[in-house]
Design a binder for this molecule. Structure first.
Ligand code: ADP
Ligand code: GN1
Ligand code: MG
Length: 375
């Protein structure tokens, strides 16, 4: 539903800010929420980030905001105790409404929230340098580490079965059966690719169900543009906490890798451009394990490689399902957009299959290195 600027400005004024709004402008490249940068015109240069939360994707906004608040309070407490930089730059700060709530529901049923905008930061859709990948690894590793002593039962499952591959495959099969847009006939090769690999993609789920992998508080949307870096590519802040909930760490690891290792954009139509940048993978692994090796279990370490294969596969399945269902979940810019996205994810899986040993060796080598450092 389109929203015009005066309406957005009206919403801004519901929140606890001082001064007049100088401008609001659409911001970022997320697929789910609508994001606006807000600037205040009182000489203070204060900026905010306003978001309309997609309540079709997130049906329980109250539960979601409660999860987010609990996690942010926990992180802030940790950063303050460590005196490691300002806690308002290392974690998101929610700006409450004038009534003291963490979100606002307008008369049309839209849900809104606001954060302090972190100046001098940048997020990357495509990673360019090893330093960026290493910082990203440190950021998500530290996020995992700081939350490792938080009680996971305090959080609700915001989207049930979010990374459950059995559930995602059931949804794909339903979309194929219903074939609402008559698109199945055009994707038979892709469906064969998916079905041939299905059985091999259940490892993490099965090991989790068997109690071999601990449920931790995980981020569940660790694509690289959900971490903010500063101008020198140092970690600033992990963002986009809509999906924080209990999960397995291999999911977060794999989701980050699929975006870092890709030499092209997530929606690159020319598949020959979709290749693996293995040095960036290595840098991420190094940064990630520097923060996590001391507390991850051996089973979790061996699950990481499975996550690397599973996440592009599963996100590909989700894009493909949305394409077959008529594009109601992800924002699309043209009719084939979800199909193009699905194809890039499956191309990544194919490339990874060709480089499996290399990917595995790097994990083993980095894991041993950090074991020595920790002992
Ligand atoms: P979505 O769920 O739609 O992906 P995000 O919460 O990730 O939305 O925000 C979209 C983009 O806005 C991010 O990729 C990042 O570039 C930017 N962003 C988000 N929060 C902040 C913030 N507090 N300060 C500065 N930039 C931010
Ligand atoms: C969505 O909101 P955004 O763009 O960060 C999606 C993720 C997918 C991602 C694919 C709640 O993330 O699960 O991995 O698109 N978020 C949700 O780019 O479904
Ligand atoms: Mg995002």
């Amino acid at each position: 539903m389109g929203i015009n600027k005066p309406q957005v400005i009206q919403v801004v004024n519901i929140f606890f800010i001082e001064g007049k709004v100088q401008y609001v402008k659409p911001f970022g490249s997320g697929h789910i929420n609508d994001t606006y940068k807000v600037k205040i015109s009182d000489g203070s240069n204060r900026q905010y980030l306003l978001q309309r939360i997609n309540h079709h994707v997130f049906p329980n906004i109250e539960g979601l905001m409660n999860n987010m608040t609990l996690v942010l309070d926990h992180l802030k407490e940790k950063y303050e105790a460590q005196k490691k930089g300002s806690s308002t730059r290392r974690s998101l700060t929610i700006v409450p409404t004038r009534g003291g709530e963490s979100y606002y529901r307008d008369e049309k049923g839209n849900y809104w929230r606001m954060f302090v905008f972190l100046d001098g930061t940048k997020s990357y859709d495509i990673v360019e340098k090893k330093e960026q990948a290493r910082s990203g690894g440190k950021a998500f590793g530290e996020f995992q580490s700081l939350l490792s002593d938080m009680d996971a039962t305090k959080l609700i499952e915001v989207i049930p079965n979010f990374h459950n591959i059995r559930f995602r495959m059931d949804n794909l099969r339903k979309a194929i059966r219903e074939d609402k847009k008559n698109r199945v006939k055009d994707v038979t090769d892709i469906l064969n690719f998916v079905m041939e690999r299905e059985e091999g993609m259940h490892g993490i789920l099965k090991r989790g169900e068997a109690g071999e992998l601990p449920l931790r508080i995980t981020h569940n949307d660790t694509k690289f543009n959900n971490v903010l870096l500063d101008k020198d590519d140092n970690v600033q802040c992990v963002i986009d906490l809509d999906t924080v909930m209990p999960g397995y760490i291999a999911y977060d690891f794999g989701d980050a890798i699929r975006t870092i290792i890709n030499t092209a954009a997530e929606d690159e139509p020319e598949l020959e451009k979709v290749r693996l940048n293995i040095p960036l993978y290595q840098a991420y692994v190094e940064g990630y394990l520097s923060q996590t090796k001391s507390f991850l279990t051996d089973n979790e370490i061996t699950s990481l490689l499975e996550g690397v294969f599973l996440l592009p596969y599963m996100i590909g399945v989700r894009f493909l399902t949305d394409y077959l269902e008529g594009d109601h979940y992800y924002k699309v810019e043209y009719p084939e957009h979800n199909l193009v996205r699905a194809k890039t994810q499956f191309k990544l899986v194919q490339e990874m299959e060709m480089h499996k040993n290399e990917l595995k060796d790097i994990l083993i080598e980095q894991s041993l290195k950090h074991e020595k450092l920790n002992s």
